[in-house]
Design a protein around this ligand. Structure first.
Ligand SMILES: Nc1ncnc2c1ncn2[C@@H]1O[C@H](COP(=O)(O)OP(=O)(O)OP(=O)(O)O)[C@@H](O)[C@H]1O
Length: 480
C-alpha cells in the first residue's frame, strides 16, 4: 500500500506528477495531481488524504489510468436478485457502486451470506441461471468482454485432480493455458516459479489428495488453485476466500505475494475475504464492506476505523479491527452493540446507521465521482486476444492427464481391469468349446447379454470419477 511520505505544497500546479514511496521497497506509484488545495476542516468520516481522488473539497489526487493495458472495473447501482422456489425474487445485492483500479487490492468483506461471492460473480460475468442483475458493470469505462487469459477467478471450492502431484497439476495446466509459442521447458519454468511464489516448493511432488486419500492440507490445496489461475498472469484477478483454511502466517505470506505481483504487474485484484488478520488487512488498498447486500463502507481500508469511530462505534484499540467491525454488522447472532452516548443498539439499527451515514458521506460522493471519472476517461486499450495452446495440444495434454489420473486411481482403473480379466477368464472357461451348431445359439446369446449388462453395470461404477472430472472441466472451461 502506498503511503504519502512527503508534505505537499498547497499550490502545486495542475497535472504535476509526484512519486509516492511505497511501503514495499520495490515499487513506486505514480500519482497525477490535477489540483491541490489545502482543506481547512477535516471530514467527519475520512481523514484529509488517503491517496485517493479528492476534488474541490480538498486535494484532488487520482491514480494514472491504465495506459499499460491495466484493467479498471466499475459498477454502478448494481442489483442482483434470485428467484426462490415460489417464484418470488430475493434481493442479494442492493444498489452497489464501486470500482477497482490496476495495481490495487480491493477487499470485499462482510458476514457470511452478505453477498460477497455474488458481487464477484456479477463482476466476473459468472452469475447463475436463476439470478438476474441490473446496473452497469464496465471495464475501462466500456461494456466489453475480457479476452482469454486477461482475467482469472479463484473460486471458493477447490476443483483439483486428487491423484496428481502439485507440479503435475500446475504444469499440465500451464501446458494448455500458455501459448504454443512457448517451449515445454519455459512452461515448466513458469509452473515452478509460480509454485515457489505460493510457497509450495516443499510439497511440489506431493499428491493433492481428496476424499479417501490424504494429500495436501486444505490451505495448500487453496494455494495450488491460486497457482493454476495466475499462470497466465491475468490483469484482473478475482479471489473468493483466498485465505480460507490457511493459518495466519500462511494467509499473510500468500496475500503479500499476491499483492507484490499486483504492484509489480499492475494487476487489479478483487478479493472476497472472511476474516483477515490485522497484518493481512493492512495489505488492502480499498475496502468494500457489505452487510445484507448493502454497502456499509467503501473506501480506503486504512480509514475504516475512523468511519466507525465517527459514527459512534468505538472498539478496543488492541484488537484486530476487522474482527470488531465484522462482529458489529453480523446479523446472524443477536447482540447489542455499544453506540456512542445512546447506549446499546440492536444489530439492524447499527447497519441502518452505518448505511445511512455512508450514503450521505463524502466518501460515497468520491466513489461516485471516481466511477464517473473512470467511465469518462476510459482507459488503455485492452488486449483483444491472448493465445493459448492449440486445440490439438489441449487434446493431447488432457488425454495424457486423464490417463495418468485413471492409472493412479486404483478403484477406477486397476480394480476394474482385474475384474474384467477375471470375468474374461471365467466366461472363457465356462463357454469354452461351445461349438458352432444350432444348439450353441442360445448359450452365445446368453453370453452376449451377460457381457452387455455387466459392462453397463461397470460403467455406472465409474460415474463418481466422471462427476469429479466434470467439475474440473467446468472450472477450466470458464477460464478458457
Ligand atoms: N443462485 C442462487 N440461488 C439462491 N440463492 C442464492 C444464489 N446465490 C446466492 N444466493 C443467496 O444469496 C446470499 C448471498 O450469497 P453469497 O454466496 O454471495 O454470500 P457470501 O457473502 O459470499 O457468503 P460466504 O461468505 O458464506 O461465502 C445467500 O443467502 C445465498 O443463499
Amino acid at each position: 500500500m502506498s503511503t504519502l511520505q512527503h508534505s505537499m505544497e498547497p499550490n502545486m500546479g495542475a497535472s504535476q506528477l509526484i512519486n509516492l514511496d511505497s511501503s514495499d521497497s520495490h515499487t513506486e506509484t505514480k500519482i497525477k495531481i490535477h489540483s491541490v488545495e489545502v482543506e481547512t476542516s477535516t471530514s467527519p468520516i475520512l481523514p484529509e488524504f488517503h491517496g485517493v481522488m479528492v476534488d474541490h473539497e480538498g486535494i484532488r489526487v487520482e491514480p494514472l489510468l491504465n495506459d499499460d493495458g491495466g484493467i479498471s472495473v466499475t459498477w454502478e447501482d448494481l442489483w442482483v436478485t434470485v428467484s426462490d422456489i415460489k417464484g418470488r425474487r430475493k434481493r442479494i445485492v442492493q444498489g452497489l457502486t464501486g470500482y477497482a483500479h490496476p495495481g490495487e487490492v480491493l477487499a470485499v468483506m462482510g458476514p457470511s451470506g452478505c453477498g460477497k461471492t455474488t458481487l464477484l460473480d456479477a463482476l466476473a460475468g459468472r452469475l447463475g441461471a436463476n439470478t438476474r442483475h441490473t446496473g452497469d458493470i464496465l471495464i475501462n469505462g466500456r461494456k466489453q468482454a475480457l479476452a482469454y487469459g486477461t482475467s482469472a477467478y479463484v473460486t471458493q471450492d477447490e476443483t483439483l485432480i486428487a491423484t496428481l502431484t502439485v507440479i503435475e497439476a500446475v504444469y499440465y495446466s500451464a501446458q494448455f493455458q500458455l501459448p504454443n509459442s512457448m517451449s515445454k521447458s519455459e512452461k515448466k519454468e513458469i509452473a515452478e516459479i509460480t509454485i515457489q511464489e505460493m510457497g509450495l516448493h516443499d510439497c511440489m511432488n506431493t499428491r493433492i489428495g481428496g476424499w479417501g486419500t490424504k494429500g495436501l492440507s486444505r490451505g495448500q490445496r487453496r494455494r495450488v488453485s491460486i497457482c493454476i489461475e495466475i499462470l497466465t498472469r491475468p490483469k484482473l484477478l478475482f479471489l473468493d476466500e483466498p485465505t480460507s483454511g490457511l493459518d495466519s502466517a500462511a494467509s499473510y505470506y500468500v496475500m503479500s505475494r499476491i499483492t507484490q505481483l499486483e504492484q509489480r504487474e499492475g494487476r487489479t485484484i478483487i478479493a472476497a475475504i472472511h476474516q483477515p488478520s490485522s497484518e493481512v488487512f493492512e495489505l488492502f488498498d480499498n475496502l468494500c464492506l457489505l452487510s445484507l447486500g448493502r454497502v456499509v463502507y467503501f473506501g480506503p481500508a486504512s480509514a475504516t476505523n475512523e468511519f466507525f469511530t465517527s459514527n459512534g462505534f468505538i472498539y478496543p484499540t488492541l484488537r484486530n479491527p476487522s474482527d470488531q467491525f465484522l462482529r458489529m454488522i453480523n446479523t446472524d447472532f443477536n447482540e447489542d452493540i455499544e453506540h456512542g452516548s445512546t447506549g446499546k443498539v440492536a444489530k439492524e439499527e447499527v447497519i441502518n446507521i452505518l448505511v445511512t451515514s455512508y450514503n450521505s458521506s463524502d466518501s460515497h460522493q468520491r466513489v461516485k465521482r471516481q466511477v464517473s471519472d473512470i467511465c469518462r476517461k476510459g482507459g488503455g486499450s485492452l488486449e483483444t486476444s491472448r493465445s493459448h495452446a492449440s486445440f490439438f495440444t489441449q487434446c493431447l495434454v488432457l488425454t495424457k492427464r486423464s490417463s495418468v489420473n485413471m492409472s493412479r486411481d486404483v478403484g477406477y482403473y486397476w480394480l476394474r481391469l482385474a475384474i474384467y480379466v477375471t470375468l474374461a477368464v471365467s466366461l472363457g472357461t465356462l463357454y469354452y468349446d461351445v461349438g458352432t451348431s444350432y444348439s450353441s445359439i442360445q448359450p452365445r446369446g446368453a453370453l452376449l447379454m451377460f457381457i452387455a449388462s455387466f459392462l453397463t453395470f461397470m460403467a455406472i461404477g465409474g460415474f463418481p470419477s466422471f462427476v469429479e472430472d466434470m467439475k474440473v472441466f467446468e472450472v477450466e472451461s470458464c477460464s478458457v
